[in-house]
Write a protein that binds this ligand. Sequence first.
Ligand SMILES: [Zn+2]
Length: 216
Amino acid sequence: MPTYIVLLGPPGVGKGTQAKNIAEATGLPHISSGDLFRENIKNATGLGKLAQSYMNKGELVPDDVTIGMIRDRLSRPDCKGGALLDGFPRTTVQAEALEKLLAEFGGKVNHVPYISASEATLIERLGGRWTCKAQGHVFHEKYNPPTKPGVCDLDGSELYQRDDDKSETVTRRIQVYFAQTAPLIAYYRERGVLSEINGAQPIEQVTADLLVVLGK
Ligand SMILES: [Zn+2]
């Protein structure tokens, strides 16, 4: 029976890095819904064109379009043993649709590792970014500070905060994530497949904890 993993985690928790590490350790392909969208649009597939038509109108892409892309992807030979899903589902409605889809492949969601961190930790990680005006070099107040505050070490240009990196924006983004994801976490917890991992730890420790949870 194939093994399907759904990886959850708020922005700033290092989910992308962990997804790569798990994919490598388990041999399961990493399916990121963002990558899947980009690939379908780039290759102008039927579903890609359909998704693009909604995006052009500024509308959300309907779930059945996304599910269609995931179905195509899961049908490829490298997914015979299962897959690691990242970025989908985001809602309980999508989780129910995913359940039906996986049943088509004779499987179900086996593990849902949730990499968690406090709002304060996430705000500190995401909110301290400063970007160089000349060439886009990125610094972080705490993790990679410039020698002289406000000045790029590499070319002496002025550093500024992008709108996305301002603390109000970051705080809102994290709060939206928690509000939207809470029902999904409850959904998988009720089904006994959710495991919470402490995402405030060093990257290697988070990977080690994830592999324990996945029985690797
Ligand atoms: Zn620079």
